[in-house]
Design a protein around this ligand. Structure first.
Ligand code: AHR
Length: 511
């Protein structure tokens, strides 16, 4: 009888979620955690910077801190059950930069995520903590409304080692997360889920987290990745075997739904395109045939963007995710996937300044009052700003002209090839920008890729480093750097930062 009632309620939730997208503010909207509750496996942690994960949730989603005065502000949904108020972030962070300091837990258990502390490995921030994510680095739309995800550049990480209600030992649990399927790397380990409470490697079976990326040190699947795998500690598993499992495909949709769930001697990996279609099951069976994973010894901390021992060389982008109590049914997850598709995640052209088109030639003019006749230029391999005008020599004009290319390290971003020195790109090294030939390495691709945002002073574009996501192309004493707002290098100086990182995209001096 109870099963029949649950089934009826569940079918109702399915219909409501299919009909009502995230754009509405009706309290009756059934969101992912309502669906999990109806399925008998309630959320015990619910994290999202883009939307409410319960139809009635109207508390804070996340907190940002701005560099100009270290003030903080909570960002909430625009209405109960709805999308995040990104406009509130934009106005709070105007003319400066912001990081995400807290990702709140919507489940009521206070399982919030904050800056990850040092553990087996130190992070790059003060005291060995990991970096916080740049709050504007992952713009998207959801239901047509602007929102921001959590952009994890290497060194970034969030954690909660003192949780409430998360599975421990061999207890059953489920989890899903939505990631950017085009932003990943082969560093260890872009994870979301259950980890050790002391930030250290406590042995096989002391973690159970979703992994996303293309590291092959442990498990892997078909193709070149990225793969959804389970991080069970001292091993990323793509199926029952350590190493290769032929059922785990590469999955690189722009938005990926990733699922890992586990119960005594049974676990599963599932995945989908978060923009359309249903979930596929990539593994469903017994615990790995390696010792130490049955029974599991889960500890119940929560990590985002790092490995269990605070390994922090991984990259990825997170939009939302939950952890449940109990092993969710496939049917429940299928309904959550329908809700995710209906929520309508999309890429954002908004807030990215002047549109850049690969193949287009441009020049980039400084906007700081001192320097509005100066353009990003090169002289051999040295890169600076130089005054260029209609009467400049042809070489000077060509030195200040650039061909926009799809980002070598991420095609949603850009690389800038010299107009008169083909095959050479703007690239940072030790934080300074120079012109260098593409050597084909993964590091070069990362160092030569910049993501476009609206200019920080309201003019033109700001060009964010792909692999140092709190740093933007800046001129300082007429030389070019990647600079954070108020960091420890001289070129990170807070004074004039928002002007110095803002560039007007002009017609090229050399067409
Ligand atoms: O299991 C893979 C990784 O191994 C874990 O995330 C980390 O704790 C250890 O280095």
């Amino acid at each position: 009888m109870r099963k029949a009632l649950l089934g009826a309620a569940f079918a109702g939730a399915l219909v409501v979620s299919a009909l009502v997208g995230v754009g509405t503010s009706q309290a009756a909207t059934s969101q992912p955690c309502d669906i999990y509750a109806t399925g008998g496996t309630p959320c015990v942690a619910a994290h999202s910077t883009t939307r409410a994960l319960y139809g009635t949730y109207n508390g804070p989603l996340y907190q940002v801190r701005r560099a100009s005065d270290n003030a903080t502000q909570d960002i909430a949904p625009v209405a109960a059950g709805s999308y995040a108020n990104a406009a509130a972030q934009d106005s709070f962070c105007a003319n400066t930069s912001c990081v995400i300091t807290i990702i709140y837990d919507q489940s009521g258990r206070n399982n919030r995520l904050t800056q990850a502390p040092p553990g087996g490995f130190n992070g790059p921030a003060a005291g060995g903590y990991d970096n916080l994510a740049n709050a504007t680095a992952a713009p998207v739309t959801i239901g047509g409304h602007k929102a921001y995800g959590v952009f994890v550049a290497p060194g970034t990480g969030y954690r909660n080692n003192n949780t409430n209600g998360i599975a421990t030992g061999d207890q059953p649990e489920g989890m899903y997360a939505i990631f950017d399927g085009t932003h990943y790397n082969a560093g260890c380990c872009f994870d979301y889920g259950n980890a050790e409470r002391n930030s250290r490697d406590n042995g096989n079976g002391t973690m159970e987290a979703i992994y996303f990326g293309n590291i092959k040190a442990w498990g892997y699947g078909t193709g070149n990745g990225p793969w959804i795998m389970a991080d069970l500690e001292n091993g990323l598993f793509s199926g029952v075997n350590p190493g290769y499992n032929s059922n785990d495909p590469s999955i690189a949709n722009r938005f990926v739904t990733a699922i890992v769930k586990g119960e005594p001697n049974h676990w599963s990996i599932r995945g989908a395109n978060a923009q359309s279609g249903g979930l596929s099951t990539f593994y469903n069976g017994a615990r790995p045939n390696a010792s130490g994973y049955n029974p599991m010894k889960k500890e119940g901390a929560i990590i985002l963007g790092i490995g269990g021992d605070n390994s922090n060389s991984s990259a990825g982008t997170f939009y939302e995710g939950v952890m449940t109590s109990g092993y969710p049914s496939d049917a429940t997850e299928n309904s959550v996937q329908a809700n995710i598709v209906a929520a309508n995640y999309n890429t954002s052209g908004q807030g990215s300044g002047t549109t850049l088109t690969p193949g287009q030639s441009i020049s980039l003019r400084a906007t700081t009052a001192c320097c509005t006749t100066r353009y990003i230029s090169h002289s051999g391999s040295a890169v600076n700003t130089a005054v260029v005008s209609a009467s400049s020599a042809a070489t000077d004009k060509a030195n200040a002209s650039w061909i926009v290319r799809a980002g070598l390290g991420n095609s949603s971003c850009y690389s800038f090839e010299s107009k008169n020195t083909g095959g050479q790109y703007l690239r940072h090294q030790n934080y300074q920008i120079s012109l260098q030939a593409n050597d084909g390495s993964a590091l070069f691709a990362q160092d030569a890729t910049f993501c476009s945002e609206a200019g920080k002073n309201g003019q033109g574009n700001a060009l964010r480093s792909l692999n140092f996501s709190d740093r933007y192309i800046r001129h300082y004493n007429n030389l070019l750097y990647i600079a954070s707002n108020g960091g420890s290098n001289t070129w990170d100086a807070a004074a004039l930062w928002s002007d110095d990182v803002s560039w007007v995209v002009t017609a090229p001096w050399t067409p």
